[in-house]
Design a binder for this molecule. Structure first.
Ligand SMILES: NC(=O)c1ccc[n+]([C@@H]2O[C@H](COP(=O)([O-])OP(=O)(O)OC[C@H]3O[C@@H](n4cnc5c(N)ncnc54)[C@H](OP(=O)(O)O)[C@@H]3O)[C@@H](O)[C@H]2O)c1
Length: 311
């Protein structure tokens, strides 16, 4: 089978498509014939060696954590050959940008019939990050106010919609050119980072979700209500320190670390089925253009997800 790999750490030139064996299944795994795989900033950070502590230094290393496709073989009774599925694999060894991928039965769900394979591939990592950040770490409740920074990217576009689904009043921060785009996804009020000075905003929010990760807790503390929460996606020294202080104050600072769970994928599948959540795809790119796809994500200008069509 064809499989995208990196042959060492570096820029996009280290990406190749090679011939590899079809994976063998372990207990409770399924083999998925991949139709589409989405890319994430995580793939780029791994390629650059930023997570080598976790990904290891053995090459070649596979690419991709998000997939959609059709079950070819199964070692789990919840799934049958021929099921259309979507999901995200956990850990630090990507392998979904390939013709086949082995996946634990807890890392996937049935794909809703009303969405395409590329649309389904764009959901799992980004939407589970948004859901787990807003609902679990942020404890966002109906009627509360959330401010989402980095709202027009892969995670942000899904966070806007999920926050609305949780009943929140949503304010977003993006570039000026994406203000209308954020409102089209459900933002009640969209702010441009080119025009605002975060220190001068005199409104209060129950949750500040820093998707882009350029505002530390100390910079947005003044925006949080008395028991307000700050959640970031970016693991920096400052958030590790802030988390230690949570016990001594009413405001909370949290780092979200996404985990693929069948219950969350099923929650998302339900919302997709009822058309209350939609996948936001910037580009669908062919498998042989995976280098260009990664280079595009590196520009940090993607409006939603970048998806690779495999089979
Ligand atoms: N901890 C976890 O489990 C986890 C999970 C998923 C993602 N992440 C991290 O979360 C971050 C976002 O991921 P993503 O998939 O959403 O990335 P992405 O799709 O690549 O984000 C692109 C977006 O970033 C926005 N952006 C660029 N500069 C900005 C700025 N100065 N202020 C606000 N927004 C800006 C752009 O909007 P404009 O063009 O409008 O500026 C663009 O829409 C990444 O660092 C990723 O590694 C962490």
């Amino acid at each position: 089978m064809k499989k995208a790999v990196i042959t060492k750490f570096g820029d996009s030139s280290v990406i190749s498509i090679i011939e590899a064996d079809i994976p063998k299944l372990a207990k409770d795994e399924v083999l998925v014939k991949v139709k589409a795989a989405a890319l994430n900033p995580k793939d780029i950070l791994i390629r650059k060696g930023k997570f080598k502590k976790f990904s290891g230094k053995k090459f070649p290393q596979g690419i991709g954590f998000d997939f959609s496709g059709i079950i070819e073989e199964t070692n789990n009774t919840s799934f049958q050959k021929g099921d259309a599925v979507f999901g995200m694999i956990n850990g630090w060894h990507g392998r979904c940008c390939a013709e086949y991928v082995n996946v634990k039965a807890t890392e996937l769900s049935q794909k809703p019939d009303n969405i395409s394979f590329p649309d389904a591939a764009g959901i799992p990592l980004a939407a589970q990050t948004a859901l787990q950040a807003l609902r679990n770490s942020g404890k966002l409740k109906s009627g509360q106010k959330v401010l989402i920074n980095g709202a027009s990217g892969g995670v942000g576009t899904l966070a806007i919609q999920i926050a609305r689904e949780l009943g929140a009043k949503v304010t977003t921060i993006s570039s000026s050119k994406n203000l209308d785009f954020c409102e089209s996804l459900g933002s009640h009020d969209s702010l441009s980072y080119e025009k605002i000075d975060i220190r001068k905003i005199d409104r209060q929010f129950d949750l500040f979700f820093d998707v882009f990760g350029n505002y530390d807790f100390s910079k947005v503390n003044h925006l949080l209500s008395e028991k307000g929460r700050y959640v970031t996606t970016v693991p920096k020294a400052s958030i590790i320190k802030e988390q230690l202080k949570n016990h001594f104050r009413s405001k909370m600072a949290k780092l979200v670390v996404v985990k693929s769970k069948d219950s969350d994928l099923e929650w998302l599948a339900g919302k997709l089925k009822s058309n209350t959540l939609k996948s936001v795809i910037d580009k669908v790119i062919s498998f042989d253009q995976i280098k260009e796809a990664q280079e595009y994500i590196e520009t940090k200008r993607a409006k939603g997800k970048v998806v690779i069509e495999i089979n």
